[in-house]
Design a protein. Structure first.
Length: 344
């Protein structure tokens, strides 16, 4: 596709989904996007994103930025190139596109490119930023935030059913570790069960009275991983759990509540925090609350953020990930409309 050929978002989504880009393996899709954007007349830059120290495998990866030939963009569209595992091949029927990343977020990427090209043709100064690592630790967004381009607005793309998000929940990840003393299970008085301690701590956490924000909803807790012990007939000397809390405000009260719930039972290590954010709405457009996290907190230097994209978060990360072709094409027009209102 040359810069003079009209871009087909459905075809581009197919091409993007056919390139596997599970987190840490974003290099090939980054190369494809860089070649595509440069060939269509965008001023192209790559930003190297370092590999994680704990990844078993991966390869070179980067963010891809396409901007105007001269000056700073007034508005930048952004989303992520990586997907969750496992890879699922592209397919389509009359109504839907299917495959890993088709709504989270490669269809969004295609719609953003089409919208940016329409805006550029209409004389607006816009840019495109596609990042690595959103599904794990937002590594690409953090790199990009050190290299802003002076934009006034950032429209971040995630599946919001083409509704503007007025808020995005935050996340607090914690690891609970309990220690005990091994013994024969026939003589529990000779040991001290780490598993029993961990169960007590988790029960306390699940019964916590956590913050609720009226127009956003409640803080929610998920105990996602639990492991420990040696055998059914051995008193456990160690046990561990990973807990993810979805934040609706400041993390301070939640941290204190978790620490108190685990007192005497487990040590707590808070390993990740993504803050809760409130977002701008645009008059006349439907809104929603995103109960998930995004790269927005790590792109603060790229302008005032908005969150908008086609597709449903309910099918993202599932075997039935899909996006309606009609919704994808509507998203292009919606991105153009929102950008023009912001830049009017």
């Amino acid at each position: 596709m040359s810069q003079h050929t009209a871009l087909d978002p459905v075809r581009l989504t197919r091409e993007l989904v056919e390139i596997e880009s599970i987190t840490y393996h974003e290099g090939p899709v980054g190369d494809f996007l860089a070649e595509l954007l440069a060939g269509r007349g965008w001023q192209l830059e790559k930003m190297a994103v370092p590999p994680p120290t704990d990844a078993a495998s991966g390869g070179p990866r980067w963010n891809v930025y396409g901007g105007p030939a001269e000056g700073a963009p007034d508005l930048v569209f952004s989303t992520h190139m990586d997907t969750v595992p496992p890879y699922m091949a592209f397919r389509e029927d009359e109504e839907f596109l299917y495959g890993r990343g088709v709504c989270d977020a490669k269809g969004i990427m295609a719609a953003q490119i089409a919208a940016a090209e329409a805006l550029r043709t209409a004389g607006f100064s816009v840019g495109l930023l596609f990042v690595s690592g959103e599904e794990r630790d937002s590594a690409g967004a953090k790199v990009a935030n050190e290299q802003p381009r002076g934009s006034r607005f950032l429209i971040n793309g995630e599946p919001t059913d083409n509704r503007l998000a007025v808020a995005s929940k935050g996340a607090l990840r914690s690891i609970l570790r309990s220690r005990g003393t091994m013994a024969h299970s026939a003589y529990p008085e000779l040991g001290d069960s780490a598993v029993h301690k961990l169960v007590e701590a988790l029960a306390n956490i699940l019964h916590l009275d956590l913050p609720v924000t009226e127009d956003v909803g409640p803080t929610t807790v998920n105990v996602g991983l639990v492991n420990g012990g040696r055998a059914p007939n051995v008193i456990a000397d160690k046990a561990e759990a990973q807990v993810l809390t979805r934040l609706v405000g400041d993390s301070g009260p939640v941290r204190q509540a978790i620490l108190k719930a685990c007192e005497g039972f487990a040590e707590v290590d808070f390993t990740l925090e993504i803050p809760f954010v409130r977002l701008r709405a645009v008059p006349g457009l439907p809104t929603m609350v995103a109960k998930f996290t995004t790269d927005i907190p790590w792109l603060s230097n790229w302008g005032e953020p908005l969150l908008l994209g086609p597709g449903s978060i309910h099918v993202a990360h599932t075997p039935d990930e899909r996006i309606a072709k009609r919704e994808l094409l509507e998203a292009v027009q919606l991105y153009v409309k929102v950008a023009k209102q912001l830049l009017a």
